[in-house]
Design a binder for this molecule. Structure first.
Ligand code: GLN
Length: 461
């Protein structure tokens, strides 16, 4: 084996177990790749010293027979997850000096399972965007075509996975931010049911939508990571007490007789591999049928009203008084204004201004409440569909990645970016994107079936 970074997470685990190489060797290989491909700007912060120390500790644990589920596996962590003692910025200037004194629950679980931190990956500022161009630290380049964006907001994680600069990475979704870059970078991505993963220590964008999840080279790799991250956390009252199955053991590649719905509204634009994939699932014994999701079109509007309303509340905490960057002023008000004006980028400020309006007395009545009502109707679309079918199947993002130049002129806001992604965020159902850009959405808490079908979808090359 010449290049250890060629191995998937699952194969690397096997190699470590069989003592073909150590975690230190594997980690060094990834650190080398990160250095070689630094121009992609996939990482905001690299933590090579910490990585080597963690790898060494991992090797010692393994030698003592105390290997965890992800023992020795080097990972990238989206810079929305607070990592104790390691700078965490949310890709914003306002947090450019923030070193969290605590660790997110989901990342703590990865370390407890033996994983190794390689660094913090780039994202759109506060996860607001679909391209990473809103990052204060510059755009990430798509490893398959460096003139193009990696998608977003978890674009640094997707690029790092695609370019073999980590074995897997964490991401977050609020309105599609794992599946979008997974599709653009041709990697697998999964966001579990809302409430599966604790949001404790994940920098908040819109709390009723935010979901931690994963990106990796295969669905099996994703399953292995998510089963470690998921589970109840007393520090997040919205996290579920439900038991977390060993998802990776449930990938039996058998979808015979499974009912798969294709939403009519998700077929407006279809990628080149679509027909072949539909035929493939039929050949595997699935029963495919069309379903109606009549409120799909409204999801984008509903998403923006709700997410911006929640964002303006969540981001009020960045006032220069407690932590993060402070810009002084003559008065306290001036200090607040200077800090927020210089600390946040344009996109974040725009969203907060709109969010303030949507949650004002008039805006609340005219926009926020109607959006919540529409959110219920979107939920009903899913409930009705799942009376007939086990999962839904569609493209994740039906367009090809756009260039960085196009992103600067608004391509990241184009309608086909998030249409097929946002409804499943508004309803909290589990959803994932296979490394061929096709997505599967499932019933609440039925993460296992989504992963199982995705694993089959991924066999269609
Ligand atoms: N692209 C969407 C946005 O710009 C979704 C972001 C997300 O899921 N964090 O807000």
């Amino acid at each position: 084996m010449t290049d250890l970074t060629e191995l998937t997470l699952t194969d690397a685990l096997k190699g470590l177990k069989e003592k073909k190489f150590s975690s230190v060797e594997l980690t060094k290989a990834y650190l080398g790749k990160m250095e070689e491909l630094r121009r992609l700007n996939a990482y905001i912060t690299e933590t090579p010293e910490k990585a080597l120390q963690m790898a060494e500790e991992s090797d010692n644990r393994r030698a003592k027979g105390e290997a965890g589920k992800l023992e020795g596996i080097p990972l990238g962590i989206k810079d929305m997850f607070c990592t104790k003692g390691t700078k965490t910025t949310a890709a914003s200037r306002i947090l450019s000096n923030f070193i969290p004194p605590f660790e997110a629950t989901t990342t703590q679980r990865l370390w407890d399972a033996g994983a190794v931190l390689l660094g913090k990956t780039n994202t759109d500022e506060f996860a607001m965007g679909s391209s990473t161009i809103t990052s204060y630290y510059g755009v990430t380049h798509n490893p398959h075509d460096e003139n193009k964006v990696p998608g977003g907001s978890s674009g640094g994680s997707a690029a790092a996975v695609a370019a073999h600069m980590c074995a897997g990475a964490t991401g977050t979704e609020t309105g599609g931010s794992i599946r979008h870059p997974a599709s653009f970078c041709k990697v697998s991505g999964f966001k579990p049911t809302y409430g599966r993963c604790s949001r404790y220590g994940v920098i908040a964008y819109a709390s009723s939508l935010d979901e931690p999840g994963v990106l990796a080279r295969s669905v099996e790799d994703c399953a292995r990571m998510i089963e470690v991250m998921a589970g109840h956390d007393p520090k997040d009252s919205t996290s579920s007490h439900r038991e977390v199955p060993e998802f990776h053991k449930m990938l039996d590649k058998n979808i015979k007789g499974m009912k798969i719905g294709i939403p009519k509204e998700y077929q407006e634009l279809l990628p080149a591999n679509w027909e072949k994939a539909v035929q493939f699932l039929k050949d595997e014994g699935a029963v495919l049928m069309d379903v109606d999701m009549p409120h799909t079109e409204e999801a984008g509007m509903v998403y923006y009203v709700i997410s911006q309303g929640e964002a303006t509340t969540n981001l009020a905490r960045y006032d220069g008084a407690r932590y993060g960057v402070r810009e002084n002023g003559e008065t306290l008000d001036e200090m607040y204004m200077n800090t927020r004006m210089k600390g946040f980028g344009q996109e974040v400020r725009n969203r907060m201004i709109l969010g303030t309006f949507f949650t004002s007395a008039k805006g609340y009545h005219d926009y926020f409440v109607p959006a919540q009502k529409m959110r219920s109707l979107i939920k009903q679309d899913f409930d009705k569909a799942f009376e007939k079918v086990d999962v839904l199947f569609s493209p994740a993002v039906p367009i090809e990645p756009f260039t960085i130049e196009e992103a600067k002129h608004g391509a990241a806001k184009g309608r086909f970016n998030d249409n097929y992604l946002m409804p499943s965020c508004l309803t909290g159902v589990p959803a994932g994107c296979a490394n061929n850009g096709l997505q599967v959405i499932g019933r609440m808490w039925d993460d296992a079936t989504v992963l199982k079908v995705l694993d089959v979808v991924e066999m269609c090359k």
